[in-house]
Design a protein around this ligand. Structure first.
Ligand code: HEC
Ligand code: HEC
Length: 359
């Protein structure tokens, strides 16, 4: 469960990758203690109490941009925007249409379908734990969630709505205008939309899985098959060469030999030939919920994913050197799948329901 804690009641230590969050909170606390004379909190955030998102067991500290520290009100607003189809040109598509909590925050299909039934060329990635990613999108073309959030609204085959039109449309909805006034001190703005959605996305987290409990010392937390799979994952099967750390990704790009040559992946962004066909290593948390797999949704099951790696991927000029024939037995393939299905499924899955939308 995610709990929102007001800063006065926190007593966390500054540790690891979360230092920036802590700093922001510390600065906010300082500003409060010298009330009015020394405010480091962004003006728009000054009125509302700063909250910290308590992350599930197994994940690192959450990094929030200093100019978009979450508040309960901002998260609630972002959630409404995320589920609201009125953000699309013909009122038929919301973020949740392609990133649906009931489908692992993906859409259960090979490709994404936007307004007017337009089909995109890539698989909808989950937004679970996107807060922890250094790059957004399969090719990493956006960095922060704030940067990412407005893209799909304007994309003609996703939500197809000009940002100025969205702003005008939402300003016509009393319930949105009041919330923006309360939270940002302005009418609806593009910037506010991006910040609120991003703040909400930072609450879509999955940790607290059998793997995390096993790692923390509870040896009963996973079945024997899952434990064997885990050992393969970090050993013979070599998965953790790329699916590493708490979010099971190295935040980097690799060509693992899937997909059509026409999608050059990271190379279109970096301009480096060596990045041809390289895509971002995705998280594996909640992976059993987000089939089909890969940037092109070309692999239907986890068994087939493991078989793909077992044979050493599809050989091509840019294949990553960490992908090679593994020589896994059938039993080992099964154990790896069991580890992913059982070990990486949270006991407190963020099963968010659509909120009541403002009128
Ligand atoms: C029509 C389907 C569709 C809609 C609607 C949509 N998305 Fe996406 N989303 C995608 C696809 C497809 C990608 C991957 C595109 C790529 O990598 O080129 C993506 C990528 C993302 C990512 C990056 C995740 C990652 O791991 O790289 C985030 C975050 C995200 N979307 C959030 C949103 C938000 C917020 C909204 C609403 C404002 C939204 N999406 C609306 C289909 C959609
Ligand atoms: C060389 C780095 C690398 C290694 C080694 C690796 N992966 Fe991956 N994995 C990736 C990348 C990159 C993708 C996305 C590739 C794409 O879409 O083109 C991916 C995709 C996946 C997916 C699909 C995720 C999704 O959301 O679609 C699964 C499941 C997966 N890997 C499991 C494994 C397992 C199990 C192993 C070990 C047998 C492994 N990976 C080894 C880099 C790696």
């Amino acid at each position: 469960m995610i709990r929102l804690i007001h800063r006065h009641s926190t007593s966390q230590q500054s540790r690891g990758p979360g230092r920036r969050t802590w700093c922001a909170v510390a600065v906010a606390g300082l500003a409060l203690s010298v009330a009015g004379t020394f405010r480091h909190v962004a003006a728009e955030d000054a009125a509302a109490p700063v909250v910290v998102i308590q992350v599930p067991v197994g994940l690192g500290k959450l990094i929030e941009p200093e100019d978009n520290v979450a508040t309960a009100e901002k998260i609630a607003l972002g959630k409404q925007l995320y589920f609201d189809k009125r953000l699309s040109g013909d009122n038929t598509v919301s973020c949740a249409s392609c990133h649906d909590p009931a489908k692992g925050f993906s859409n259960g299909a090979q490709f994404a379908t936007g307004v007017g039934g337009h089909l995109g060329g890539r698989n909808s990635p989950t937004v679970i734990n996107a807060a922890y990613q250094r790059f957004q999108f399969w090719d990493g073309r956006a960095g922060t969630l704030e940067e990412q959030a407005l893209g799909p609204i304007e994309n003609p085959i996703e939500m197809n709505m000009k940002l100025d039109d969205v702003v005008a449309k939402l300003n016509g909805i009393e319930g949105y205008r009041t919330q923006f006034q309360q939270i940002f001190g302005t009418d609806v703005t593009k910037d506010g939309i991006a910040k609120a959605i991003a703040a909400y996305e930072r609450t879509i987290l999955s940790g607290d899985a059998p793997y995390d409990h096993y790692k923390a010392g509870d040896k009963q937390a996973m079945s024997e098959a899952a434990v064997r799979g885990m050992e393969l994952f970090f050993g013979k099967a070599h998965c953790s060469a790329c699916h590493s750390g708490a979010n099971f990704t190295d935040n980097a790009f690799h060509n693992i030999g899937v997909g059509e040559e026409s999608d050059k992946g990271r190379a279109t962004i970096s301009g480096l030939g060596g990045d041809t066909g390289a895509f971002k290593t995705p998280t594996l948390r909640e992976i059993a919920r987000t089939a089909p797999y890969m940037h092109d949704g070309s692999i239907k099951t986890l068994e087939e994913v493991v078989q793909h790696y077992n044979k050493g991927g599809n050989v091509n000029d840019y294949l990553d050197e960490e992908v090679y024939e593994l020589g896994l037995t059938e039993q080992e393939v099964k154990d790896l799948v069991t580890f992913m299905k059982e070990g990486l499924a949270s006991k407190s899955y963020p099963d968010h329901k659509p909120p009541k939308l403002p009128e």
